[in-house]
Design a protein around this ligand. Structure first.
Ligand SMILES: CC(C)(COP(=O)(O)OP(=O)(O)OC[C@H]1O[C@@H](n2cnc3c(N)ncnc32)[C@H](O)[C@@H]1OP(=O)(O)O)[C@@H](O)C(=O)NCCC(=O)NCCS
Length: 246
């Protein structure tokens, strides 16, 4: 059953979780504890989960699920009471996060809004992701199935992860593919998953070239000046400072 030891552990974890919010969210830096507890949905959801999880571990019936359900209604964050979450966990912006029953989350993990740690079907047993220490998961990312995200890795916004991610690796895209390992670009054949061909731009470019050819022929025939080819720019991500935070 739930004892004094469990309660002490919960209080200690909650204090650490508020400190984590202040540390991890620039907007919370100079904000007092009460204000964070009142206004940070991710912290509220975690606080409620710590309590529900302690009750779940203590074998208390019904209450853990009621707490999880109410928390979801208030914060938009759904965490199964059985999910295991380590120290210094932070959900930035809260809303839309789903953490499944058999998910395991290490220490110093950050999730942004809209992240799902979900299953892939109706399988029983371990069916949700295991997230290593010091992992950041960008907004909207979906981590599906019993995949393992290695420690110190980053999952880009809107990435869909369906395979294990090695430690210290940045994955982006759908399906998620490594673009950085230990901070360096991934080399080798088939390693560039970002700069994929842009069929729309290529079709427009081909059409533009044909129009230019027709205009050239018309100009030759009539003696009028051709306006020249319109430039079609390939759609590529812009270079610049990267945002792994919000
Ligand atoms: C993935 C991420 C962590 C990358 O950070 P990083 O390690 O500094 O790596 P880079 O920014 O150098 O990005 C590596 C490459 O992946 C690309 N990339 C980055 N994020 C991407 C994403 N979400 N989807 C697709 N491609 C992405 C970059 O364009 C870059 O391509 P390049 O090699 O051509 O330059 C970061 O871009 C991200 O998505 N962070 C989540 C932020 C977030 O969710 N904020 C919510 C605030 S409310």
């Amino acid at each position: 059953m739930l004892g004094v030891g469990s309660l002490k552990r919960v209080v200690k974890e909650v204090t650490a979780d508020v400190a984590t919010a202040r540390d991890r969210d620039p907007a919370a830096r100079d904000v007092g504890t009460v204000e964070i507890l009142a206004g940070w949905a991710g912290v509220q959801a975690l606080l409620a989960h710590r309590f529900a999880h302690a009750l779940w571990d203590g074998g208390v019936p019904v209450a853990p699920r009621v707490i999880a359900y109410t928390t979801r209604a208030v914060t938009g964050v759904e965490i199964h009471p059985a999910a295991q979450i380590g120290a210094d966990f932070f959900i930035d912006h809260g809303s839309g996060v789903v953490i499944g029953e058999t998910a395991e989350i290490g220490d110093q993990v950050t999730l942004y809004q809209g992240v799902t740690l979900g299953g892939t079907g109706f399988a029983r047993g371990k069916r949700h992701p295991t997230v290593g220490d010091n992992v950041t998961v960008g907004s909207g990312a979906k981590l599906l199935g019993p995949v393992t995200i290695g420690r110190n890795s980053k999952v880009g916004a809107n990435t869909v992860v369906i395979e294990d991610v090695p430690p210290s690796t940045t994955v982006v895209g759908n399906p998620g593919h490594p673009v950085r390992v230990d901070g360096r670009s991934v080399d080798g054949p088939d390693s560039d998953w970002i700069h994929l061909p842009d069929p729309t731009a290529e079709a427009l470019k081909a059409m533009s070239e044909r129009i230019a050819e027709l205009e050239r022929r018309l100009a030759d025939a009539t003696g009028e000046k051709s306006p020249g080819t319109a430039e079609v720019t390939e759609l590529r991500p812009k270079k610049g400072p990267s945002s792994a935070g919000g």
